[in-house]
Design a protein around this ligand. Sequence first.
Ligand SMILES: Nc1ncnc2c1ncn2[C@@H]1O[C@H](COP(=O)(O)OP(=O)(O)OP(=O)(O)O)[C@@H](O)[C@H]1O
Ligand SMILES: [Mg+2]
Length: 415
Amino acid sequence: MIQDPNIIMAIDVGTSKVCTIIARREGGRRFSVLSHSVVPSQGLQKGIVTDISATQSVIRESATQAARQARATVNEAYVGVTGSHVNFENRLDKLDWAAKRGVITPADIRRVPTSVAAASAEPGRKVLHALPRNYILDGQSGIRNPLGMHTSQVKVETHVVTAAAMFIDKLNQAVRQAGVSVRELVLEPIASAEAVLTVEERESGVALVDIGGGTTDMVVYRQGTVLYNAALPIGGFQFTNDICLTYDTTYEAAEAVKLEHGTTDPASLGAIADVSLPLAGRVSNRTVALRDLSQLLRERAQELVRLIRIKLTESGYTEASEVRLVLTGGSASLPGLEDMIRRTITRHVRIGSPDDVPGIPDELRSPMFATSVGLLLWAIDRQGAPGHVNHSNNHEAEEQPNRGVSRFFKKMFPR
Ligand SMILES: Nc1ncnc2c1ncn2[C@@H]1O[C@H](COP(=O)(O)OP(=O)(O)OP(=O)(O)O)[C@@H](O)[C@H]1O
Ligand SMILES: [Mg+2]
């Protein structure tokens, strides 16, 4: 059975968790969430699929749970991408094919991303997005929406996001083996931005920093459009791993103590001074001073803040104190981190959460789900809009548009 075009599935394949949301479009931008499912991840490191079989099994589990709850036939999904293999280029292209009759048509606008994506093609890379930032008509710059305008020469500035084909293929394969076809791949911080940034922030300039489990993803907006993106290979995993290695304890115990007592500010510690951590592979425990543990988290946080600062400079900010920063992702909740950034980078910092999105279940109203909710909003809002490239680059899918109708889901959830 073919998926109802009003049913949308978003799958955030994160390093720590896979989150699937299924929603029904109710007209315009309105939608109702039918179901969601969160499953701990497997087979990913630093945002990249390293074990296709493990990843497909958690995607399958999450998608199956969500589809069962939604009682919907689902076979294609919007899926997030991140990793340090992602790159970008801000380019200027002359569009000789546009405005053939002297006026810019809707067809011209629709063709821009595909045309720019084709011009940006490089061996071993796949274009995820080609987002128009500015049109230049007969030499006049600063035009955001040129539809219907008269001109004899069109140029466009775009933010083009590319990713290593090898990693995209692995992600595509994991999703496909889970019984779902990829409808669109979306850069994860761009999805998060959809869920947590205001229009005003994007207009006046803002950097979104999604501090997740495996990576810290950044995207900078200026004048309403994306100017810069980066992925740092540090996330909550590294904070937890530091505890594991330093105290020779299990990952589970380190994660639990981080979530319960973790802070980057030793001065803020409460009455509890020590915790007991199991020694990995042994039956004995060791007592650890929370002050020392906090110092460890502080040092990792300082390294992260330093890297964020370097990326902000790279993106064109000369004065870090002028930057408006919005932190999101699960690790943005690490106590003390927001304050550290406020003291060392900019006082214009806040934690962004998909709280204000109408119709989102309470469990998803947390920074950890910014990407998941954002993927859904991207799907609802941007489908067919400029900037849209068929970035799954799934040649099989192009040849057989309904190839993605999953036998698995048809069998499991017949209408
Ligand atoms: N209250 C908290 N304090 C500290 N860390 C937290 C807290 N809540 C969640 N985290 C951390 O957030 C991380 C998970 O964040 P998130 O769900 O955004 O990552 P992900 O999307 O799975 O990974 P990525 O996007 O990096 O691939 C984990 O490392 C977890 O320990
Ligand atoms: Mg994430």
